[in-house]
Write a protein that binds this ligand. Sequence first.
Ligand code: EPZ
Length: 434
Amino acid sequence: MEKYIINGGKALHGEVEISGAKNAAVAIIPAALMVDGVCHIENIPQISDTDMLLTILKELGAKVRFLNKSTIEIDCTKVRYQDAPYDLMRKIRASYYLIGAMLGRFGSAKTTMPGGCNFGVRPIDQHIKGMTALGADVDVKNGFVYADARDGKLHGARIYLDKVSVGATMNIILAAALAQGRTVIENAAREPHIVDLANFLNSMGADIRGAGTDTVKVNGVDRLHGGSYAIIPDQIEAGTYMVAAAATGGEVLIKNVIPRHLECISAKLRETGTIVQEYEDSVLVKGASSLRKVNIKTLPYPGFPTDMQPPMGALMCLANGTSVITEGVYDNRFKYTNELRKMGAEIQVDGRVAVIEGGKRLTGAPVHACDLRAGAAMVIAGMCATGTTVVEDVRYIERGYENFVGKLKALGADIECVDEPEDSDSSDKILCVC
Ligand code: EPZ
């Protein structure tokens, strides 16, 4: 079982290169299924979620070729509708994008109910609402989602999302791209990765306008041709390193970013007294000698991103004063606070609100990564704590952070990834290349 061992007290210094955006890549890879030709895609992050999706596409008949560690060619010319590896689908949230992609390409889809990080109920009713409006019969039974276009092909529709949903917005864009006629999605989510998916599809011949606003218009086309595309940098990976630099009191240049996507994170960090300097494709973060507490409410983009909530929760444990974090997107995304309490944090949680008594010296402890971003928060806490922190269940972290240990070590963190067989003593410890 892989785990991270962290000795705290080292300020991070140096430069870190941000990888491609996970939440764009996990939609763009399924989108390649709809393309009758070769997709040349650059800046693919090397994370387990993308690995799993590429495996699923290969099982459906796609040809996948790595030109280098972050550039691939996917040829779905010869894919045919068939059963897919449902055990893999069940492990990731983004498997729901295969519904839209398979419906768009084949007129039929069979996927599992999505997996992914467990922080409260994560229904897909808005996805189903959209597919149904486009002319599909959708049935959920025995843990599977079955969808069939009633007359063999989807048709355009006007769809109002009852809830601002990243996944539903992207899934409907996928399905509508090859539908007959025009689709209008209202109350759409506006995240940068939604714009990235639309730009990818348009580079393959789709006709999508308004992505990044709350109204997206899709004129269906007959086919999508091959082409080239480069995925945007990961907003949340960048934000994580920004918070890590602020928390450890270091100075880090975070490279290959789009500063506009980080505006909310930069503004909130400046409120803590952290210095954030923006350049064309990088940001420089300098930690403050003492951190001011801030209050946060997470909201859909361009609000403060929910995926940055756990790292900011760890940061606020170090800040002077009492901070209040309100989770505006999910109903239960504070499980990580139980792990922070093991390190001496004083946090009260009531539903969607956490009150953090800052100014505490965290002490190293054995903790768990409850989910992807919670795991990142625990690593940040461990780097700031006195003593040694052991983070278990790091597989969650590796779903979304490429070479997390390697990048942190290069910045001066005292962190090792070890692979210890279950209930072993320390002599069995094996250093792993995470
Ligand atoms: C995407 O999840 C991201 N995952 C999440 O990132 C991110 O936290 C989230 O968007 C919000 O930005 C991927 O892109 C793979 P939603 P998604 O649909 O699509 C409710 C990470 O750490 N909802 O925008 O599942 C839902 O329960 C991960 O990278 C419905 O009620 O998020 C939630 O409360 C974690 N019905 C809210 O809407 C639906 O049909 C927002 O969910 C869909 C969603």
